[in-house]
Design a protein around this ligand. Sequence first.
Ligand code: HEC
Length: 149
Amino acid sequence: MKLPQTQLVRARMKSQATALALVISFGLTILGPGLGLAGEVDLSKVPAAADKKGVTYEKDIRPLFEQSCFKCHGPEKPKGRLRLDSLESALQGGKDGKIIEKGNSAKSLIVRLTARLDEDEAMPPKDKGKPLTREQVGLIRAWIDQGAK
Ligand code: HEC
């Protein structure tokens, strides 16, 4: 028996909707992490936090930022509206909000960017400065995990 016309149309629309939903969810799975929709960093690819105790901005982190980041994230026309030249401004974050989640380096944007999981969003930008070493990223992680003091 042939299906009545309306039923056929409905069946076809349903399968198209299913296909569309599949394409969208597939797209999100592939693109989501790249777009920064996933807050967590893939820890298997990020250097471990340094063992060092008592890591502070003034003693350990500022000199590192000064060497690698101040050029673009200092007081003058800071890129991404992010200044890294004081603890307060670093904690305040940039145009997209906080870059540091105190006590949780894995959730901190600054770790994802400096660990260069994605060269397109990495800091310093590709060919615009020397990448941080694994030790330096580990030091930033330890600092954040210890409360970003
Ligand atoms: C040569 C210039 C340059 C250097 C050096 C540089 N950055 Fe950036 N940074 C940028 C630009 C440009 C943006 C804005 C990118 C955008 O608009 O998405 C940015 C954005 C950021 C952001 C995101 C801010 C936000 O709210 O979106 C973070 C975090 C960041 N930089 C961290 C660093 C750190 C840490 C260093 C040093 C290790 C560094 N950057 C070195 C140019 C630089």
